[in-house]
Design a protein around this ligand. Structure first.
Ligand code: SF4
Ligand code: SF4
Length: 364
């Protein structure tokens, strides 16, 4: 594992994201998830990222329980306050300390700054609370995660100087697709390091269409498809921790291998990856990252990310069989009542009801 210095701390370049832990019957599968954390610890990962809302609130307590067997100074804990889940930061923070079985949080973030939440986060009460807890040592470093567009990101960066890092969605597709380039450069201008989330876009860049995989595999047969995405990020000097929400040991092992070397792409490799990216972007239809922010409030209980994924797979591959099979499933796109509640929650600004309608009416 390679490490990067942050204010005197040695942070592992790969951070363990805890939003996609393995589940059984809708709950974190403790044994499987524990095996992941154990391998992460032995592989040198010392940065563990969670949030108040991950796994319906159980990700934090899982981490608190599983990390207890390790010395507290052998890992850094990162968690987040989400204003959409509760406005009472003090109550949430105390609950988080309890869930995580700790007396301090190493990295505390305001969670998912967007055009909707930014105004709420720009609140002196929150800033004062964070300052007070930092002075007490219960918070060691303060940052925010953002899905905001440039003007909102700028306002947030201007609002307070307490932020020490910013976490953004960054990968070779979003560099262009979501203007991660603009965000990265703006954060850099403010002298802050960038933490990366969604480096493989919720798994989408870990498994490409066969046509694209062939191009990469022909050049480097042994390298995993994910490793290309990580190596792209290694070329960005201001990137600190790269978070990956790993769901099984195989992904973790592969990522540990990539982060043992931290080898940037050479000229030819970069050229090939950009060729693949260009074609994907031309064909990509819906940039869903399967974050699930949209699902909780859907009155029709539509599993939206599942349908976004189906939309991409069906439309990219013109898969009639998959399409017809999916149409027989309950709570499908045809049950959407176009209430728009999901749309306001989507950090990717996807017009979800419109996509569902398009899917419903697809002719193959
Ligand atoms: S617009 Fe459709 S998918 Fe979105 S919350 Fe309403 S019913 Fe659910
Ligand atoms: S549609 Fe948007 S909010 Fe819903 S899972 Fe996809 S990216 Fe997340």
């Amino acid at each position: 594992m390679k490490y990067k210095d942050f204010k005197g701390l040695k942070l592992s370049r790969l951070g363990m994201g805890n939003m996609r832990l393995p589940e059984t019957d809708g709950k974190i599968d403790y044994d499987k998830a524990e095996a992941i954390i154990d391998l992460a610890m032995s592989g040198g990962i010392n940065y563990y990222d969670t949030a108040y809302v991950y796994h319906h609130g159980t990700s934090e307590s899982f981490l608190g329980k599983v990390l207890k067997k390790y010395p507290r100074d052998s890992y850094y804990l990162a968690t987040k306050f989400n204003v959409l889940a509760s406005k009472d930061i003090e109550k949430v923070f105390n609950e988080q300390l309890e869930r995580l079985a700790t007396d301090h949080i190493d990295f505390y973030l305001l969670h998912s700054v967007t055009e909707t939440t930014a105004k709420e986060y720009m609140n002196e009460d929150y800033i004062n609370f964070l300052k007070k807890e930092k002075a007490k040592g219960r918070i060691r470093h303060i940052g925010f995660s953002s899905h905001a567009k440039l003007p909102t990101l700028k306002k947030m960066l201007e609002y307070s100087d307490i932020f020490e890092f910013v976490q953004i969605q960054l990968n070779y597709l979003d560099w262009t697709l979501q203007d991660a380039k603009g965000q990265y450069e703006m954060i850099k201008e403010y002298g802050l390091p960038v933490w990366v989330m969604e480096p493989v876009r919720g798994g989408r860049l870990a498994k490409l269409d066969d046509r694209y995989e062939k191009i990469l595999k022909d050049h480097l047969p042994e390298a995993s498809i994910s490793s290309w995405a990580f190596r792209y990020l290694f070329g960005l000097d201001d990137v600190g921790v790269i978070l990956s929400g790993m769901s099984n040991l195989e992904q973790l092992r592969d990522n540990l291998k990539t982060f043992d070397e931290v080898k940037t792409l050479d000229e030819k490799e970069n050229e090939l990856l950009m060729e693949v990216k260009k074609t994907i972007l031309e064909e990509l239809t819906v940039p869903c990252t399967a974050c699930h922010y949209c699902t909780d409030g859907c009155p029709m209980q539509i599993d939206i990310p599942k349908w976004m994924d189906l939309y991409n797979r069906v439309s990219l591959n013109k898969n009639r069989e998959l399409y017809l099979k999916s149409k027989q499933e309950p709570n499908g796109p045809d049950t959407c009542i176009n209430c728009g509640q999901c749309k306001s929650q989507c950090p990717q600004n996807i017009d979800i009801p419109a996509v569902l309608k398009k899917y419903n009416e697809m002719k193959l």
